[in-house]
Design a protein around this ligand. Structure first.
Ligand code: SF4
Length: 279
């Protein structure tokens, strides 16, 4: 199927592009492999990107906008329409990505960089060639925002990434229970601990990282949030105390996903009371 409005062709019928209440849960490892087949080119360690620009977050950050993810979060804001992964986008080598990032950074005078819009760890060969280039560049830091799947599966991958001093990892937890994971990511709930395993692995290899979680009260119950924080605290009380709690912004792309999932959120500022101290 070809999307004339956005220029992306649907890569496969085997996985959902939008999660609805009736979507059967998928195996995220199978989806990761399917996405890798389309967005990672191992012969020259290239990856598919759509654009390079500077975003306002993190005080200004050069951003390489990639394609391909192993999840289908209902709160995702990625504008690569429904994560369709074929179509009119280009492969970029690690050298080309660095050049584009540096160009964007120079134009706006920023010193940080990241990959966004997708799962940055999906194309391992690409990332492991890009990071040493970033390390040698003028960038002061590289923020790696990940859903944790790949680092949860492969501690050696986590170790390789952790060696770079400029890399700071942000692991995004999606749920504190199997049911919550399945509902919000579309993936089988049995895999909900993979991001927690990523946290464990990153601790073990001494990575520079922190943890974020989409605990928006409109998407996650207070009970599940408590479970999530407890499980994180079992791994590291420090990480739990410093958890970055996310609130869902209603970008048009997010709104479309929420509507498909049958979730109606209204705009309001969420002010949570701090949880009771953990036992
Ligand atoms: S929010 Fe992140 S992990 Fe979830 S679908 Fe979007 S890019 Fe993937």
């Amino acid at each position: 199927m070809y999307d004339t409005q956005n220029g992306y062709s649907m890569a496969t019928d085997a996985f959902p592009t939008l999660v609805t209440p009736n979507t059967p849960p998928f195996d995220q490892l199978e989806l990761a492999k399917e996405a890798q087949r389309h967005v990672c080119r191992n012969s020259d360690a290239a990856r598919k990107y759509t654009s390079f620009y500077v975003a306002g977050v993190y005080g200004g950050i050069a951003t390489a906008y990639a394609l391909g993810c192993s999840l289908r979060c209902i709160f995702c804001w990625s504008v690569s329409r429904d994560h369709q992964i074929g179509g009119r986008v280009s492969f970029y080598s690690p050298d080309e990505v660095l050049e584009e990032l540096l160009g964007a950074a120079r134009r706006k005078g920023v010193k940080r960089a990241r990959i966004s819009g997708a799962e940055p760890t999906l194309c391992k060969a690409h990332l492991l060639k890009l990071l040493p280039l970033v390390e040698e560049s003028d960038f002061e830091s590289f923020i790696l925002e990940t859903n944790g799947t790949m680092f949860g599966l492969d501690i050696s991958y986590a170790r390789e990434v952790a060696q770079y001093e400029k890399v700071h990892i942000r692991v995004g937890l999606k749920a504190g229970s199997p049911a919550g994971y399945q509902r919000r990511t579309g993936a089988l709930g049995v895999d909900y601990k993979l991001p927690f395993r990523a946290v464990k692995n990153l601790l073990e290899v001494g990575a520079s990282f922190h943890v974020a979680a989409m605990t928006d009260v409109r998407l996650m119950s207070a009970e599940e949030r408590k479970l999530l924080i407890q499980q994180l605290a079992e791994l590291s009380p420090r990480l739990a105390a410093n958890l970055e709690e996310e609130v869902c912004d209603r970008y048009p792309s997010t709104q479309r996903r929420l509507e498909a999932a049958g979730v109606d959120i209204i705009d309001f500022f969420v002010r949570r009371k701090p949880l009771d101290p953990l036992p």
